[in-house]
Ligand binder design. Sequence first.
Ligand code: RIB
Ligand code: CA
Length: 313
Amino acid sequence: MSPRKIIIDTDPGQDDAVAILLALASPDEIEVLGITTVAGNVPLALTSKNARIVCELAGHPNAKVYAGCDAPLTRKLVTAEHVHGKTGLDGPVLPDPVMPLQDGHAVDFIIDTLRSEAPGTVTLCPLGPLTNIATAFQRAPDIVERVQQIVLMGGAYFEVGNITPTAEFNIYVDPEAADIVFRSGVDIVVMPLDVTHRALVTKARNDAFRAIPNRVGPAVAEMTDFFERFDLEKYGSAGAPLHDPCVTAYLIRPDLFSGRHVNVMVETGSDLTLGMTVADWWRVSGREPNALFIGDLDADGFFELLSERLARL
Ligand code: RIB
Ligand code: CA
């Protein structure tokens, strides 16, 4: 089977970094057509720098990285240095990137790629706020039906919010963009906090990363050493939740994940619940299902896959 063509839209972020590393370590299953950056965890200049740092860490200096939107569609940018550190990639000491950003805007790359590749052959993998994706859909409505699938990290239902009592960060930063994406009609797979909070980097799992005999494993362990502070303090969890790698792991081993096709809508009007993903898990709304909302994973299988693939880099 030929590898799946994807565009990773990202706001690195330590967990974004692991998702990108997993994708680049899996060429039999995934062909990364390009990486598009968006403002989110940290401002755009840093997410664009971090994406290239990660590509070079993976030994992929020829990966194509395009800078995208530096602010949400209509709102002021909210960032998450309190989680990811002021660089967005705190933890390991990694060299500044040598590889350049590609010329051109990320949104134009998304549009041009979807128009030039055969319809239904490109999967979009958003790992941050959905600003770039929504902007591309607004600017070029013809590309929407050409998207094979969207597999995104974002949202929460039973797990409720991590940035407000009701909203997960990626959706909260740009709820209008998320609303556009969830109403687009594209086949969507959602990796919400409901599942990512079960993908915890326990000490044993991080020691396994640290023991990988290359420069990637120890770097990932140091990223997690830093990244876990927020969740350990807030939730008392057993380790850092690897949110974004659930997206790329799903492309490789969908059997590790389970969920339900339900209707998911995004709150954009209420200040109290802004950015909440209202998942009609018990199908009471009468609204058409528009997403596969993932609720669980085989965590041991997920981490075995991660360790095995990171060791390939
Ligand atoms: O809420 C978790 C999400 O927000 C992850 O994608 C993390 O990288 C941040 O972007
Ligand atoms: Ca992210």
